[in-house]
Design a protein around this ligand. Sequence first.
Ligand code: ZN
Length: 572
Amino acid sequence: MTAYKLRGKIALGTLMKLRHLLSAAVIALAACATAEPPAAPDIAAFNSPALSADALMGHIRVLASDEFEGRAPGTEGEGLTVEYLQRAYEAAGLEPGVTLADGSRSWVQETQLTAATLTNTPTLTIAGRGGARDYAYATQFSAWTRRLDPTIDIENAPLVFVGYGVNAPELGWNDYEGIDVRGKIVVMLINDPDFETGDDRGFGGRAMTYYGRWTYKFEEAGRQGAAGAIIIHETAPASYPWAVIQSSTNSARWDVVRADRGASRAGFEGWVTTEVAMETFRRAGLDFNRLKARAQTRGFRAVPMGTLRGSLELQTSTQTRTTSNVIGVLPGAERPDETIIYTAHWDHLGRCPAIQGDDICNGALDNATGTAALIELARRFSAGGRPQRSVAFIALTAEEQGLLGALYYMQNPVFAPRTTVAAINMDGISNFGPTRDIEVVGFGKSEMDDLITWAMEAQGRRVAPDSSPEAGYFYRSDHLHFAQLGIPVLYTSNGIDMVEGGVERGAALNAVYVANNYHKPSDEVTDQWDMSGGVQDLEALYAVGRRLADGEMWPQWRENAEFRGAREASQR
Ligand SMILES: [Zn+2]
């Protein structure tokens, strides 16, 4: 769920090779028509020790083909993808990464997901001074539940403004201090308390921390026992318009199966527009801007919203689906219990709203590129000699549904977090040609920065820090759940300083991708694709992993990183 910066030219030589590849892939695809999943492109054809753009393209073309139907979890597309990955991992010299209860090994870590679909069109009613006011679903508010109850019926629950809804003991900040919100509806602001203050009040100033993410705010509201939790949408601190919220109001809400059936979550979670919030504060006799300013100061205390009471009824039908993380490992020769992990999500949106008659969101860039990179890196590690430590390759499911494959892994780690040296996540590999830089999302959090800087300098290239820290992209892809296990993570996105055309062209290509292709049926392979820049980036990520796999280094989190505590805890 991150934005990408992508476009480029393609060489004739490569085209000839591709044509040969294509015929191999097409033959494989023809096989698919008879339900026989396509064989992985012939890995032996790419026995050069170096990473190969052709090999990447071979995998991408198959994974992003219409046959794979946009690789939605729990669909035929998943079956083809998982089968393809297993064959490719095996051909790349990996071993099955999962040990089952009976001691046997498997390539897959199965997980159950639930999909809750609203069966009614809810109305949010806020009653109090001036009578009851009804708000319309999707245009004025959104709401869903993480509880596996078919009916959620909240009636006349008091509203409480809890500022940014943060409880950060390590920062001495608790917006829930001194108030009991059980049975109430909490109303809160998006992003961090110091996002708009121009200074750092402990949350890194403009850069978003995990406390600024909606996922954290709803988790905390659940921990506090709230009956309902509402975030006020404001475009700048949210870093996306209301349209993004509205677009998810007609799709199922996915989740991992929770042991408590979601009882530890608020009865409902959702957003209201700025306008609805303004009107509600006025009706409560409260000044929104003054309270927002107070919420940005240390020592803020929650404010009951006058006599206002909120009511909402949700009817949901829930289905479960089985889906899989696909895990292969190259066991270490010396210290096999110490592991470096590469991750990439293999899933995408599947069938999506049609554009010009095309309703398959192929997810070529997002993230057939990263999935192909897992296979190519596995082949590269095998070809480069068995490392001292183990290297694992995890293709994660259901990233598009909320990082759920990674969340399931976090709850059921296959490799002990304590002895996991680092994790490197790939979500979108550059397809628009060589750049002079690479961007490190979340730059400044750990010593992984030093390793990627070393690898880039060896290539005569440079690292660019996160270009939009305020958007919190660090918290919007799978590495987040590995970081929450305390594992130092590296997540790069392609640089924009193009060898041909500089930053101007890079930024333009990015803007075109985000506007035209991101999460659309047109995210497909075209003749403009050029993976040579992506290969350079992957060589740098390979160098980082190889150095760790053949060394004794344990990269550390920086002093102020919010995941440092989790690492220390895992080491005890
Ligand atoms: Zn993605």
